[in-house]
Write a protein that binds this ligand. Sequence first.
Ligand code: 0A1
Ligand code: ZN
Length: 877
Amino acid sequence: MNQAGKTVFFRKDYKAPEYSIEKIDLNFQLYDTKTKVTAISCVRRNNKENRSPLILNGENLQLISVKIDGNVLSSSEYILDNTSLTVLTPPAVFELEIVTEIYPQENKALEGLYQSGPIFCTQCEAEGFRKITYYPDRPDILAVFTTRIEADVEKCPVMLSNGNLIETGSVEEGGRHFVVWKDPFPKPCYLFALVAGRLSCVNDEFITSSGRAVDLKIYVEEKNLNKCDHAMVSLKKAMEWDEKTYGLEYDLDTYMIVAVDDFNMGAMENKGLNIFNSKYVLTSPETATDEDYIGVEGVIAHEYFHNWTGNRVTCRDWFQLSLKEGLTVFRDQNFSAEMNSPTVQRIKDVQILRNFQFREDSGPMAHPVRPETYEEINNFYTVTVYNKGAEVVRMVQTLLGREGFRKGMDLYFHRHDGQAVTCDDFIAAMADATGTDLEQFKNWYCQAGTPVLEVSSHWEADSSSFHLTVTQNCPDTPGQKGKNKKPFHIPLALGLMTENGKDLFGKNGCKTEILHLKEQKQTFTFTNIAEKPVVSFLRDFSAPVDVKTFQQDEELAFLMKYDSNLYNRWESATRLSASTILDVVRQLEKGTPIQFNELFFDGVLHSITEKIEDPALLALALELPPETALALQLDSVDPDLLFQGRTIIKRELATRFQNEFLFLYINNQEAGKYRISPEAMGRRRLKNCALSYLMSLNPPQDKFLQLCIDQFSKSANMTDTITALRLISHHPGTTRDALFTDFYRKWEHDSLVMDKWFAIQAMSSHENCLSTVKHLLSDRLFSMENPNKVRALIGAFSSGNHVQFHAINGEGYSFLADMILQLDSINPQIAARLVSPLTNWKRYEKRRQILMKKELERIAKKPGLSPDVSEIVNKSR
Ligand code: 0A1
Ligand code: ZN
């Protein structure tokens, strides 16, 4: 227990389970107001001598009966409380039958069995199975599941569970039918799934490399049948990629995906039966943006890849979550890189890390990739576990090389197929397969915080040698003092370039060398360097570290133009734009006349006018860093000045390069048919980036406004439509209102499209934004019970509208606190995720600190707060 009286779990307390469950037969009888669940498990005590009690988890269940080997237990033979059922002296081997009643219709937390509209579905990760029946709800107990489902034929014509369908039939009770599914692969209960309802199905087939035919099925509401093509194509690409890249084949005869509208996260990898948030399944050019298409491809692949990294080899306990998530994100990132542009993908991966994970890592919720402790596991599905976890796996690949990494993966599956294992087991497989010492590397799993690197260098003309000195320091994080942290083993991908843009390394065509930084301070010496080189540091972002800028703007401008590593060109461009904006912010603070960094403007002009090789890369280089990312580089953030500074630079660019932007806009229009290829998406991104500059001019110019309105009314694809609407959202007035009304009328029947309508209004930089948001809460299409809507309106305002959320009157903060409190009694998981923008209050200037802290205190005081919200609020105040 901690001071707030909450139970705290520690990694060091792990104990192997006292009992194992070899198989479980589940029977679900679904009715309108309740569901009866009968669970019959074959239980075996692991320890022969010790007759310990059997502790089963269970929450919100109505217990009907407990039997052992067919005999009903009397109430003195077990103890029942709010979270568990303990059988006091069970035999060594027995059959346990438990009957419970549950109420999916009332389940708004969307964990366990619930209804999304009329469709019954489940979400069991991490601890949802305990809301279905009493069971040892932990990932290291693997059982073979057989599931019988019985329901009304009309309401639930389709009934699905994991594995293979082995029986169907009708029930004597009128109008009802049943199915039986059996999953031959032993699995932890968090991978259990059930779906029942009126669903239609898109079918396809995949022939595996060994020649087996796998039925592919995507289940959606009938009206969405025409929006599944992209998801199906993505699934087949993912299946092929995993065979080609890792030799991993799918193992069941059927792979099913179901799309539901009410889902807490993106999707869930339940064995053979993935359940998805419909946002990550449904696409059509008219309704989905390019970003949506890429998101669907990535999430479909992610869930598919879990079949091996997560399902066949699973986690021993939830502290090991990154074992499956970090590895699977790494795999989906590489897949997306191969399907699209590797550099664009890498930049996006790094943007997520920098804009979100670095913030988490520097705040009160910072935790290691493998946490040591938690109160509510749902709070640990974080960017640290997922995305920093993926970076850690990427570093392993960089250290071992691709071939070595593949050997490590082969050994990992060979050793651990069918087991529940740890991050140490993963690293041991990598080390053993290649004979590499990864002991020091493991610090990445147990030390939180983003290491900060400082770099200095000097070139000696006499000896033609170049010396590069790098130091690493990791800041304090909760429970870990920086000074006590051990140095990390950091792979540094380095290029040295001549002043005319040539790479100095050239061994085997490799322009980049991997240095191993293992000490707190280390000097690397290079010989035969005949001229002073320009350093291209941390190419492809080879480690999740924060490199203090050590180069003059001249060098950055040079790298932005000529670095042979395309990722680093973008990196230098971003560094220059960030420093240019922050320079202006400092000048605003001081009240001195604004002077611009001309090198930055030269660099931008060079990029715009150079021959365009990849339009997406140019767009990414031109897009200025968001305020949330810039805020991380300041000690005491004033959101108004930050917004002003960024706007000044944006307008200055637009004013100076108006003609160039117009040229880019016109020249990157779609020629011919709409396509979703990387090239076509890149052009749309570039064109819309140019329009965004033109629309930022002050005073606004009618001709550009008209361009934007035309794009809105003529475009047949959602990327262009929504960009136009977003750009107009910053300009209140009758035109804007008319376009929003138009859009509403056209799309009110499509919930996913309407999410965009809500989000864009919530992100308007106009000062009446909050009152619009409050007004939208009562729109008939808004619902607090639908996580996508909450994210679209409340999430977009508080995390995506920096300047308005942080308005100095504090109303943004109190609004968010109100919403969190209201949502906490409906869906604690989603409520807890909303707290995030308040947690970093220490980064802001004094007045805002006080206002933010006040709201955290107000939330903390609320009686009956969920463990989810309570953990985050109490750790951050
Ligand atoms: N394992 C899934 C994500 C997921 C995690 C937790 C959930 O409920 C708390 C739901 C889904 C994935 O990584 O895709
Ligand atoms: Zn995952």
